[in-house]
Design a protein around this ligand. Structure first.
Ligand code: ZN
Length: 245
């Protein structure tokens, strides 16, 4: 005789029981996972993690793929350091190993959109220097001169100015293409006008060895008018070479 007091399990049909058991297991699983996660230390990315994430998120497919492949194959080193207020990134070749170094605080700031736009522009600029190093043999002589602590000659100074100009143009073209508004406002708005020229000249005066070179080319004892564009640098050297002959 069937009892009126049936247990819950008895009252449920086979499929209903299955759903109940599966549901209970799911709740237990979620609770366990939540417990484990709460005991796991929070993930804090290192500066290098941030830089690799930035490279992998770069919207230019060519740059993104080449950066990832070059780092994976050991052709290029991506590194971070605290570079100081006026330097967001550098390209160097210590021991002949091309290395892009990005300012660590800049990478922390890349956690928000405008910070990320600026960091993308900086990475684009330094990537352009990497391409110059790869494809222009004379660029490697500049890095060799730095390593040997010898002054740059006139041609190397002109190349340096041209390379800086090209790197700024590359990063600003990308900033316009991908609408990195923060990067455009910070770096690129003034390109092509006198404000840009003054800013660029300021950047070039970071090279004291080239200041001497400009001075000797101008045959003046006064501090040389630093060429503000790659074109001015070329013209200066051409005039200087003309005067020598
Ligand atoms: Zn540069």
């Amino acid at each position: 005789m069937p009892s009126h007091k049936r247990s819950l399990f008895q009252a449920l049909s086979g499929p209903q029981l299955g759903i109940l058991v599966a549901g209970t297991l799911l709740v237990l699983l979620i609770a366990t996972d939540h417990y484990l996660q709460s005991r796991r230390p929070a993930y804090v990315p290192t500066d290098l993690d941030r830089l690799l994430m930035l490279a992998k998120a770069h919207p230019d497919e060519t740059i993104r793929k080449d950066l990832i492949a070059s780092v994976a194959s050991g052709k290029l080193v991506l590194d971070t350091a605290v570079l100081g207020a006026s330097t967001n990134g550098t390209f160097s070749a210590p021991g002949g190993k091309p290395t892009i170094t990005i300012d660590a605080p800049l990478l922390v700031a890349a956690g928000n959109r405008s910070g990320q736009e600026i960091a993308f522009a900086v990475l684009t600029h330094e990537y352009e220097h990497y391409l110059q190093w790869l494809h222009v043999p004379a660029v490697r002589t500049i890095h060799a001169a730095y390593a040997a602590n010898t002054p740059l000659n006139a041609e190397q100074c002109v190349l340096k100015v041209a390379n800086e100009s090209d790197a700024y143009v590359a990063s600003c073209e990308a900033a316009r293409r991908y609408q990195w508004h923060a990067a455009i406002a910070n770096e690129c708005e003034s390109i092509g006008n006198s404000q840009w020229a003054a800013r660029f000249a300021g950047h070039v005066t970071d090279l004291p060895e080239c200041l001497k070179t400009w001075n000797s080319m101008m045959r003046q004892d006064l501090p040389a008018p630093v060429p503000a564009t790659a074109e001015q640098a070329r013209t200066l050297v051409e005039h200087s070479e003309g005067a020598d002959q």
